[in-house]
Design a protein around this ligand. Structure first.
Ligand SMILES: [Fe+2]
Ligand SMILES: [Fe+2]
Length: 285
């Protein structure tokens, strides 16, 4: 193994955090009382544990081919962070299930689809999917951290805390799967192709999961409420043109996740959440 460095130093360290959900802490529609967004966030939360396990397996497959010691350290940090994300989203999903959301069903369906992908697709394609999905999580995460309107949607519950912590770490490790893909010989052609395919699959997954989840909620039977919530979705800060442009930038030849410099944003949120007076410092174990 040659000792060559091609990846810049990045702070990718897992934080051992824990969140709690006392009975009745969350309202049924915990995303600022919004019907559809509450279901969308539940679908995403249910998707994270099996999804992140898939990411970890996809990256780990290539770990011993990573020759850069800095990237090797970041891979360990990435795996640690994703494992804690999965564990904490499992806890949130159990609470959402108690509230009536079909998080167990969505988790199981996602896990089965990803295991099927593992049996049928080459490791390079799985790593391409992982790098592409990490671009989605990082783009949405940076939107959440940088846009007051996006954060206002989350109200003041424990869900907000979980998502802010998760967003911070998604941005911290946003280049790891990408760099592993590139450093181990992944081509631009496969990178862009896997992004195109996984974008369609992700959209279908979220749409299907949300419809399924809404079908279990009596509030969705009220056409006025459902209509108003769908209308609000069209103006969601997460679907703004700027977000779509950033997502599409991945398809450009020569793209790198560091093209969007998040260093200042990360410094601010590290202090805000986990600094000496951080709002989540007490959640660290
Ligand atoms: Fe994650
Ligand atoms: Fe991630």
């Amino acid at each position: 193994m040659t000792d060559r460095r091609s990846v810049p130093a990045r702070a990718v360290k897992p934080r051992r955090v824990k969140f709690a959900y006392p009975r009745g802490a969350l309202r049924r529609h915990y995303v600022e009382g919004d019907l559809v967004m509450s279901h969308v966030v539940a679908v995403l939360s249910a998707t994270f544990p099996p999804g992140e396990e898939f990411f970890v397996r996809s990256v780990r497959h290539y770990a011993d081919r990573v020759t850069d010691p800095e990237l090797a350290a970041q891979v360990r940090g990435f795996i640690g962070q994703e494992i804690v994300h999965g564990r904490e989203h499992d806890r949130l999903n159990a609470e959402l299930a108690r509230m009536g959301y079909p998080t167990r069903l969505i988790d199981r369906m996602t896990d089965r689809s990803l295991k099927f992908a593992e049996r049928t697709l080459p490791p390079r394609v799985r790593l391409g999917y992982t790098a592409a999905l990490e671009h989605y999580t990082a783009t949405i995460a940076e939107r959440l951290l940088s846009d007051d309107g996006a954060r206002a949607l989350l109200g003041d519950t424990e869900v907000r805390s979980v998502l802010l912590w998760h967003a911070l770490e998604e941005s911290e490790h946003k280049a790891v799967a990408f760099d592993v893909f590139r450093e181990t010989g992944g081509s631009e052609r496969v990178r862009v192709r896997t992004m195109r395919v996984i974008s369609a699959l992700l959209l279908a997954h979220i749409a299907f999961g949300t419809v399924l989840s809404l079908c279990t909620d009596r509030a969705a039977l009220n056409p006025l409420r459902l209509g108003a919530s769908l209308a609000r979705l069209r103006h969601s800060p997460f679907l703004a043109r700027e977000v779509i442009t950033k997502l599409r930038a991945y398809n450009r030849r020569g793209f790198h996740p560091d093209d969007v410099d998040a260093a200042e944003l990360l410094d601010r949120w590290r202090a805000e959440l986990f600094g000496p007076a951080g709002t989540l410092t007490a959640n660290l174990r």
